[in-house]
Design a protein around this ligand. Structure first.
Ligand code: HEM
Length: 155
């Protein structure tokens, strides 16, 4: 091999090694910038939380005027759409396929107390799953921000 070719080969090998080790290096910015979706534990963890939350809504007597007469299939659909909503709202890879909040709740006459009862069930569910305070508050704030689109009357 000519000297020139040897140098070139050695240079390429070194460049390649540097590139490979850079790929394997954990970048601190990546670790710090985890989405809420990732910090909640991803799709399966979110789905488990939403299923439990929804079952609480379905069995709460105070909320029976809203959820009491849903068919089993409607309950399953409610769970799936809420999982997709939380997944997409927290930075996950899902596409929310349901109707907008203002549209899907229009005419139900949801009051502030009803909304707070629903939010309370979410909070209790997050506690049951031992979701850390920071993640819990972030999710409750995101859900709380939807209040104006869902509540139609005081009380
Ligand atoms: C706390 C924030 C809330 C969120 C994130 C939320 C989310 C959703 C979603 C994603 C759907 C499905 C939309 C679709 O079918 O396209 C839905 C439907 C529904 N929501 Fe909510 N909701 C909230 C609050 C409430 C409250 C306070 C009530 C009543 C107390 C309520 C009662 C219902 C009912 C009865 C349905 C319709 C189920 C059906 O007809 O199949 N929601 N909600």
């Amino acid at each position: 091999m000519h000297r020139h070719t040897k140098n070139l080969t050695a240079g390429l090998v070194i460049t390649l090694m540097v590139c490979i080790s850079a790929l394997g290096m954990p970048s601190t910015s990546q670790a710090e910038e985890k989405t809420l979706y990732q910090r909640l534990g991803g799709y399966d963890a979110i789905s488990a939380v939403v299923n439990e939350f929804a079952d609480r809504l379905f069995s709460d007597k105070k909320l029976a005027p809203f959820f009491g007469a849903l068919s089993t299939d409607s309950k399953d659909k409610f769970k799936q759409l809420n999982t997709l909503l939380v997944c997409s709202a927290t930075g996950g890879p899902c596409l929310y396929l349901g109707r907008e909040m203002a549209v899907s709740h229009q005419g139900m006459g949801v009051g502030e107390a009803d909304f707070n009862a629903v939010a309370g069930h979410l909070s209790a569910t997050l506690d049951k799953f031992k979701v850390p305070t920071a993640e819990k508050e972030e999710l409750l704030a995101a859900i709380g921000a939807l209040k104006g689109q869902i509540v139609e009357q005081k009380g």
